[in-house]
Design a protein around this ligand. Sequence first.
Ligand code: DGT
Ligand code: CA
Ligand code: CA
Ligand code: ZN
Length: 584
Amino acid sequence: MDNISIARLLDETASLLEIDSADPFRVRSYRRAAEAVEQQTTQLATLATPDADPKALLAIAGIGKGMAANIVAIVNTGTLPLREELLQKYKPTMLELLRLPGMGPKTVALLWSALEVADIDALEAAAKAGDLNKLPRMGEKFTTKLIKGIEDYRRNSSRFRIDQAREQAERISALIREFPGIDEITPAGSLRRGRETVGDLDLLVTGPACEADVVSAAVDHVAALPLIDKLLAKGQNKVSFTLRSNLQVDVRLLPRASYGAALQYFTGSKMHNVALRQRAIKRGLTLNEYALARLEDNTIVAAATEEAIYRALDLDYIPPELRENSGELEAAATHALPQLITLTDIHGDLHMHTTETDGANTIREMAEAALARGLKYIAITDHSKNLAMTNGMDDKRALAHIKRIREVDAQMQGRIRVLPGIEVDILAEGQLDLDDSTLAQMDVVVASVHSRFDQPIDQMTDRILCALENPHTRILGHPTGRKVLKRDPYALHLDKILKRAAELGVAVEHNASPARADLNDLHLRLAKQHGCKITINTDAHSTDELDQIRYGITQLRRAWLTPADLINTQPTAEALLTQLRSKP
Ligand code: DGT
Ligand code: CA
Ligand code: CA
Ligand code: ZN
């Protein structure tokens, strides 16, 4: 039993627990153990024999006593009791069903017990045969939606969200770095450009160990990385493999002298590179993954750094996020590239949740965590009552919550300002879910759609326009309702909404959660053209999620935005509130 197989069993148990609606912490402990196991260079089977020292397993970070016992059980019996017990009730493939819109653990369990449906193909067949209609709450409408959901899922499932891709890139990089003589590892491709999803990971590696005469040892090291599931190819300086998640990784090991050219080439995008090569040819130059060189005699003009390559083409350096061939070459040629926003430009976060509704941390904990991240102000914006599954607040609770937020604000003694706010539901007809008199007490009213996503386009547009007209609305939250790789935006005349928001001085949100990224990069560019106020918020449901701001910054950069385009670059809460309330 090798490590990858042990990891797969632990991960499968996590999936079964998830279907069983187990405690999320318990689920996570199995997932974390799976990750820890697959990163080990020693085969755990040798540590888990009856006469082996039990402490060796416990020394691995992420493996406690119980998990060590599980691993011993797996090595000695090929499975573990919990997994066997859960397999009496469920199948591991059911987890994939949970990724479909509208599918919760209970529905999945019912599909299994009533129809013996345990995977996507079987579910699709049952839906198309009309078998679901016999089950409670699964009428024709549910079936139609589900069939569409399965199509969307199939289209999307070959790509991975940026946060997941980045996490994997970091794990792999840490393992590659263990080889002596490697001093730089850069993710290239769509990850470096900051796209919200990636098709595969492209990692570029350089250092003394990557020079041509010694590279084969480094290639061997990469090809033997413990977390490789399937080795796809091993060449002179390239290794391709897949991970357990099925994500493909292409690692290239390159000599220092041509690292810049390779970085430029493999960062792409393809369209940006095509345009850049055309520009090179006009100048009597040729550009490939090894160098920018003179056409006539192949003399190298630039190769070691990207900066030198762009400079030699009479261009300002183009940040990776802009390399989509959408005007960046023209701008770089005329010194007209924007001064893109960075993380340190952001001084506040105006959308987050606490234990009062569906968050994991208290107001005070969120405030301390935001302070530790250098923020100067935050708004606490818990849910309103229409979103019952989050324990949303009615007017009375919302007013009591304001009081508690103001108390924490006072306790923080000016080190950070904590503003009372709300994420209020936009009801089906466009009314807000709480009384105007309640909303009037709030500094930051984020209005969001959380229900009835299936309204016809005109109705949805009117609904949101109506919410914008409420004089208390300050921010339109996650304006299109999309979920990355999961749910398309609702039908919407976004142009009309952005135009009206600009006229009314209501800010539009970039929700930085990598699961949402809403507005997306293209929509943000549109919002700027319309003259909208724009805010970036994390929508954090725990202190950790405040860090997700960095994914949002990447999307803002892809939208060409500068600090002046955002409102939460204002240096103080007062300045922010003045701008938030201002009318054009
Ligand atoms: P992805 O993986 O679908 O999210 O998107 P990328 O942009 O990472 O694309 P990928 O992995 O196929 O290739 C990475 C970069 O390498 C790409 O942006 C440009 C460059 N590249 C790869 N193959 C070719 C090619 O056949 N022609 C050209 N011009 N460039 C290529
Ligand atoms: Ca790629
Ligand atoms: Ca690739
Ligand atoms: Zn929301």
